[in-house]
Design a protein around this ligand. Structure first.
Ligand code: 8X3
Length: 258
């Protein structure tokens, strides 16, 4: 452990959920951070809190990863600030709705594909060359158990997460002659505002997703990411799947929530 101390990590979607938890975990290990998201207030508060608590440096940028120009402007700002991320956590992502394809909303599909796949690609394309140039770097893509198994109504979200898995695999192949590592971290059921977003603010419906058994917490996933980032330089972890003990796959789980 201890390899992230003094390094600089760039996190997308850092204002909540797993992104925020990763920011906290990295900060607690003395890692400086580039925090990006769309929500200014939450991001600024988090940055201030982490600087104060852990004495690290933070750089905050409002970015919508779906918008190519927004990612380009992030890249330019980072370049102007003369900082280069040592690793990139491609965390920004979401699910919208649970309709069958026959009833699906194409705008929701666009948002999921643009965020989960195209956004990940834009950010990676922007920062990967400087990592290669420096001969060091690590890209962590946040996948999902939904990238291993489909479920009714998961359709496009499933496709994006199968895509994140495929892209992680493909990046590892493309980068074989470099020193850059690529890891796909795939959590199972993790209690965040993921379901609230998916169900358009319907809290009762969202709560039900987490009611049957003890789910993962965002911090559990952040700890796994920290482990992956802390591996020695000759070790690469292409995939890490992390599930609640009570959930063995999308369909098989033990109802044991107290
Ligand atoms: C979130 C996990 O099972 O709700 O990526 O799709 S699931």
């Amino acid at each position: 452990m201890g390899r992230v101390k003094g390094k600089l990590g760039l996190i997308t979607g850092a204002s909540g959920g797993i992104g925020e938890a990763v920011a906290r975990a990295l900060a607690s290990e003395g890692c400086d951070l580039i925090l990006t998201a769309r929500r200014a207030e939450k991001l600024n508060n988090l940055a201030q809190e982490l600087e104060k608590e852990y004495g690290i440096k933070t750089h905050v940028y409002l970015v919508d990863v779906r918008v190519k120009k927004s990612v380009e402007s992030l890249f330019e700002s980072v370049k102007t600030a003369k900082i280069t991320p040592d690793f990139l956590i491609n965390n920004a992502g979401l699910a919208l709705g649970l309709e069958g394809v026959q009833d699906g909303f194409t705008d929701k599909w666009d948002t999921m594909i643009d965020t989960n796949l195209k956004g990940l690609l834009y950010v990676t394309r922007a920062f990967l060359p400087s990592m290669i140039e420096r001969g060091e770097g690590h890209i962590v893509n946040i996948g999902s158990t939904a990238g291993w198994q489909t479920y009714p109504g998961g359709n496009v979200y499933n496709a994006t997460k199968f895509g994140v898995r495929a892209l992680s695999d493909a990046m590892n192949l493309d980068l074989v002659d470099t020193d850059i590592k690529v890891s796909c971290i795939a959590p199972g059921n993790c209690e965040t505002d993921f379901s609230l977003v998916r169900f358009d603010g319907d809290k009762e419906r969202a709560d039900k997703v987490y009611a049957k058994y003890k789910t993962l917490e965002a911090k559990d996933v952040a700890d796994a990411i920290l482990y992956v980032l802390n591996t020695p330089s000759h070790v690469n972890i292409p995939y890490l799947r992390i599930m609640p003990k009570a959930q063995r796959n999308i369909y098989v789980f033990k109802e044991n929530r107290p």
